[in-house]
Design a protein around this ligand. Structure first.
Ligand code: GDP
Length: 296
């Protein structure tokens, strides 16, 4: 991901730094190319416009154009603005509630929700020594509950025993009850997905939310779907109280637009990145590291 964008921006900045002295016209020309590169990377238009405008305002300031290395200073401004666009600071999971702390996982079918549930459970177990219980509330897809159970066995994470025919809200309540009785710190609730956002899905998510009052609602979105991922996140944010985003398939060769526009469009922090199919392929999201990766 980001390779093409990184290459394009690299060319623009190489020309800029070679030039030595810069005028406003040079900055404008470079920013036109930056704009095209971002649009080609599938970054949302309003995000690109705001980004370019902010960089321009700072870059044509007298102290930049009259400095000894104006090109380098423009690159630094682009870097800072990228970090800001990605949310500035990295945001961790907020688990500061009375245990068992419910974390609700939401998202479309196939986004990587169940895999991410197990990855997060494993990370909390391994790194933070939390005792985690996972429960699948997906009563629509027959194999879904079984899939989470198998992932739990692979990762050594407890899963709530399956009771056939139980409804999602009842499974969630049973999970919290079991966690309270057995001293679990965190309960991961893997809700059902759909192919598209629809009323039934949102009603189910809202009912589970009301019954469990989760500390985190993590939307799992597939980075390879670009702006569609951002649209889905907006819909979930307005209806499901999303507190953070997990972007999956960051190991794929997508153009990067979802990762780059998600925060600016939805206002929700990206908290974690899925970087492969294995259960340890999960990384914290650091805006400054992503900016470094893009700008080399
Ligand atoms: P769900 O329907 O949203 O629960 O999706 P799943 O968790 O079942 O994942 C669907 C497929 O995507 C599975 O084959 C996963 O192994 C794969 N997958 C999930 N996350 C990632 C990721 O970050 N990178 C890659 N390459 N594959 C992933």
């Amino acid at each position: 991901m980001f390779e093409r964008l990184s290459g394009r921006l690299g060319e623009v900045f190489e020309r800029l730094t070679k030039r030595g002295a810069l005028g406003e016209g040079d900055v404008d020309e470079a920013l036109r190319e930056v704009r095209v590169a971002l649009l080609e990377a599938d970054v949302a238009l309003p995000v690109v416009k705001s980004f370019v405008a902010k960089v321009r305002t700072r870059a044509v300031g007298a102290e930049v154009l009259r400095s000894v290395t104006p090109g380098q200073m423009v690159i630094k401004i682009v870097n800072d603005q990228l970090v800001e666009m990605l949310g500035g600071e990295s945001a961790g999971l907020s688990l500061a509630a009375v245990p068992p702390v419910p974390i609700m996982m939401v998202g479309l079918q196939g986004s990587g929700k169940t895999t991410s549930t197990a990855k997060i459970a494993k990370r909390l177990t391994d790194r933070e020594k939390k005792k985690v219980l996972m429960a699948s509330l997906d009563t629509r897809r027959p194999a879904a509950q079984e899939q989470l159970k198998i992932l739990g066995e692979q990762a050594g994470i407890a899963t709530l025993p399956i009771i056939a025919g139980q409804m999602p809200v009842d499974i969630a309540k049973r999970a919290l009850q079991a966690a309270r009785l057995q001293g679990f710190d965190v309960v991961m609730l893997d809700t059902a997905g759909r192919l598209h956002v629809d009323e039934a899905l949102m009603a189910e998510v809202a009912a589970v939310h009301a019954a469990t009052q989760p500390a985190e609602v993590l939307l799992v979105a597939d980075a390879l779907t670009g702006q569609d991922a951002v649209n889905v996140a907006e819909q979930f944010k307005s209806r499901a109280g999303v507190t953070g985003i997990v972007l999956t398939r960051m190991d794929g060769d997508g153009r990067g637009g979802a990762a780059l526009s998600m925060r600016a469009i939805t206002g929700c922090p990206i908290k974690l990145l899925g970087t492969g199919e294995k259960l340890d392929a999960l990384e914290a999201f650091h805006p400054d590291r992503i900016a470094n990766r893009i700008l080399g």
